[in-house]
Design a protein around this ligand. Sequence first.
Ligand code: SF4
Length: 379
Amino acid sequence: MPTGFYVHIPFCVRKCGYCDFNSHASTGELHADYLEALLGDIDAVRHRHGSVAIDTVFIGGGTPSLFPPGQIGAIVDRLARNFRLEAHEITMEANPGTVERHDFAGYRKAGVTRVSMGAQSFDAAELAMLDRIHSPEEIVAAFRAVRAGGFDNVNLDLMFALPGQTFDTWRRSLDAAVALEPDHLSAYNLTFEPGTEFFKKRAEGRLREKPEDEQAEFLSDSASRLAAAGYARYEISNFSRPGRACAHNLKYWRREPVLAAGAGAFGFDGKRRWSNVRSPQEYIRRAKTGEPLEATSEEPDREQAMLEAVMCRLRLREGLEEARFQGEFGAPPAEMFPRTLKMAADRGLVSRADGAVTLTDSGILVSDTLFGEFAKERA
Ligand code: SF4
């Protein structure tokens, strides 16, 4: 089975207060050294895993669009030199506040086929509260620049349940996003992650998290509005036009192999999961001295792997395919999780059809609690 490949670019213009990704404010002083380390890392991944077939690439961050097309092209070329690159989807993340820096036709020429843009909101006050570097008008201009560059596959990321956000401002953001006719939309619930500015501000009472029932209302309202606009929900937070689901991200949700390079990048070869050292400076230093870039490594045992399969695949509309699960773990889900599946079916949270267990709309709204029940049953 072809694998995916994730490439991490850990630099941003400014750190957003809610962001817990491995991203660092940067004015570019490390970029050239980082690229060199990254290209060497890609070579090293090939030495460990062989010249396997790759059918999806995701260049994420951070803000990869800080790197000019020539540097992104160098990454794609290095992947092609090391692997059987049969990628029908090469995604690059872009920040609308950086799009005017480089010509998007150049990224298309460099091999990128899909752009994922972090819009987050079309409300100026919400964007300022999120510490975003762009205005609503810049999102529109950036989207048009990406289309003009030749991209027929573009995603917009949005965030809901923001402090101070109303249903009215959210719906206006959603409508503004839909009006641009992207091929894919992701709508994520804002979370307050430990270590972020937002986490601190919430603890100090400077930001108020929306109650859970209100968060759920935002999500279900979004799903019905996006469905009406022709976007099918294929994952809890992801919606697409026909044939435009993100093939790379599907690999994570299906628990399939995705190799990786870059500071803090996580890879999975189907058995072992590893991550690289997070600090870009340390990543560059180790690359220069030839020290290993890996910082963590683990091989999930059967129990862990089984739980991961349940939690990842149930996020998808296609659900948890019973025959595949039995092939991997020796028994169907109903035998491994009899209590939770019965409880969830009795309450209308899951349904069973065509050999798969899927979350119902009510199940999606309580998915985190339900996933906790699966874990408890095997504890
Ligand atoms: S632009 Fe994206 S990756 Fe960078 S700090 Fe903001 S949310 Fe994080």
